[in-house]
Design a protein around this ligand. Structure first.
Ligand code: DGP
Length: 122
């Protein structure tokens, strides 16, 4: 199973590697439950990924297994909005499943800001 495959975890999961510090990342925020770092392929002037330290494949699975981690992601969003100066507006996205272009199957919230966003999304 490759590093981004559904169900991978532990040493097989890219984002678990970032949590452990084995995979380098530009970390911008940490809490006891979350790590946030800049996306390697940014889609906006600010593009931060927030991940739970716990490995779950998506936000729905995380909500079942560890609802406090979902709340911790929300709290991290608030800190990142303040830290990155996104008070004018920003977008939080959980791509979930292959048809929504999820490519890394360790739950992550994209926090995007610094430009305008269209609706409906593409
Ligand atoms: P998604 O398509 O929603 O699964 O988003 C996965 C994101 O992860 C994508 O925007 C690119 C980012 N990404 C993939 N590999 C790495 C990496 O090694 N480091 C960092 N910082 N971001 C990564």
């Amino acid at each position: 199973m490759d590093s981004g495959s559904e169900g991978s975890e532990g040493s097989e999961c890219l984002f678990c590697g970032i949590v452990r510090g084995d995979v380098p990342a530009e970390v911008v925020h940490e809490s006891d439950r979350t790590v946030a770092f800049r996306d390697v392929n940014p889609q906006a002037p600010t593009h931060v990924l927030i991940i739970p330290r716990r490995h779950e494949p998506d936000v729905a699975a995380l909500a079942v297994a560890a609802p406090d981690d979902v709340a911790a992601i929300g709290a991290a969003v608030a800190d990142i909005v303040t830290g990155e100066g996104l008070d004018d507006g920003y977008r939080v996205v959980f791509n979930t499943g292959a048809s929504a272009n999820q490519t890394v199957f360790h739950c992550h919230a994209h926090v995007l800001g610094g430009r305008r966003f269209d609706w409906p999304p593409g």
